[in-house]
Ligand binder design. Structure first.
Ligand SMILES: NC(=O)C1=CN([C@@H]2O[C@H](COP(=O)(O)OP(=O)(O)OC[C@H]3O[C@@H](n4cnc5c(N)ncnc54)[C@H](OP(=O)(O)O)[C@@H]3O)[C@@H](O)[C@H]2O)C=CC1
Ligand SMILES: CC(C)(CO)C(=O)C(=O)O
Length: 318
């Protein structure tokens, strides 16, 4: 690893996403600090391991690891890799780890996640969304399996940037960090639109993987589930349109073809359900369903999927 350079980066929540991107940035020479919880001891002892189908095996050891945010140095960029279900609890920790004028990037799926966190953060912090196009999961404490892809698209949400040029500069800085680490990254103009676009994949596949206990291969191989996925994708596109976001023509078809060619993949919601962790139902279902409905568009298949998942989530919670 080369000498630490550039802004100091804090990873808030070092799971699959936080572990993967944090290791990539640290290996590129950035000064990266990792906030952990249940996996702290294992990571201090054994380091972070990424088994990447794209980059080969990657090891980071020693790791600048913390279980107490008060011990972290103030960071210029904070990459939030926790599930959206943790955001309310994490808000004070994010504020504590932030250097003055820090940039907070939510590397999470769903809609409205920045809107929900914004009032809980100081106005002096920039808040951005990061859409991660990647297949990763935690395989063991401190061990991340990287199955495919990896790009992060970045968009500004809110904060002290005075005008469009200042917002663009912050976004470009974020894009530059990822590119310097060998990770594809694109600046996005419209965060809500980018979030809706990603939901075209996540709303059908995340929930159906749980409900039907299947990875993408199984879901695509069956004519009935494939047709259901396509119908659900079209509902998301209609919901986005009702909210003023015209998504690219033919998006659903392209996603179906791309998924057909992917190796079998279990979305992160599947792992959450199996591990009896809360599922990200609010950000991935309740928010977009409510936004569409507020604009006169009911999405019945997705509403039913959400209702069924809420039942399973409640039962998991005991
Ligand atoms: N996995 C993927 O391929 C993709 C995931 N995403 C999105 O990325 C986000 C993160 O997902 P993923 O990486 O899979 O999730 P993981 O469950 O793998 O990681 C979440 C991490 O956050 C940690 N965490 C939660 N609360 C705290 C806390 N209070 N203090 C310290 N650490 C905390 C967890 O620690 P602990 O173990 O203690 O709970 C865990 O290490 C989600 O929004 C997901 O939808 C987007 C694209 C792809
Ligand atoms: C859509 C996919 C599988 C890869 O781009 C992903 O990013 C996710 O699981 O959220």
């Amino acid at each position: 690893m080369s000498q630490a350079q550039g802004p100091r980066i804090g990873i808030i929540g070092t799971g699959a996403i936080g572990g993967f991107y944090g290791v990539m940035l640290a290996r590129a020479g950035f000064d990266v600090h990792f906030l952990l919880r249940s996996e702290y001891d294992a990571v201090v002892r054994d380091g972070l391991q990424v088994n990447s189908a794209v980059h080969g095996p990657l090891k980071l050891q020693p790791v600048q690891a913390y279980r107490d945010v008060a011990r972290m140095p103030a960071c210029d960029w904070l990459l939030v890799g926790a599930k959206t279900t943790s955001n309310v609890d994490l808000a004070p920790l994010i504020a504590q780890a932030a250097a003055p004028g820090a940039k907070v990037l939510l590397m999470q799926n769903g809609l409205g996640v920045e809107d929900a966190l914004r009032p809980l953060l100081p106005d002096t912090l920039h808040l951005l969304g990061g859409l991660c196009f990647i297949c990763v999961h935690r395989q063991a404490p401190g061990v991340v399996e990287h199955e495919a892809q990896g790009a992060v698209n970045v968009a500004y949400h809110s904060g002290p940037a005075a005008d469009a040029a200042a917002r663009k500069a912050v976004v470009e800085e974020g894009v530059g960090l990822f590119r310097a680490a060998g990770v594809g990254s694109t600046a996005m103009d419209n965060l809500d639109q980018a979030r809706w676009q990603k939901l075209v994949w996540n709303m059908p596949y995340n929930g159906l993987s749980v409900l039907l206990n299947s990875g993408t291969k199984g879901l695509m191989a069956d004519a009935g589930s494939r047709a259901l996925i396509e119908a659900m994708m079209n509902e998301v596109v209609e919901g986005a349109a009702a909210c003023g976001h015209a998504l690219p023509e033919g998006l659903a078809g392209k996603m179906l073809v791309a998924t057909q060619h992917m190796q079998d993949y279990l979305p992160s919601m599947y792992h959450d359900y199996r591990e009896q962790r809360p599922m990200e139902l609010h950000a991935i279902y309740a928010e977009p369903l409510a936004a569409a409905l507020a604009n006169g568009k009911d999405l019945p298949r997705l509403r039913m999927l959400h209702q069924a998942l809420a039942f399973l989530d409640a039962r998991n919670a005991g």
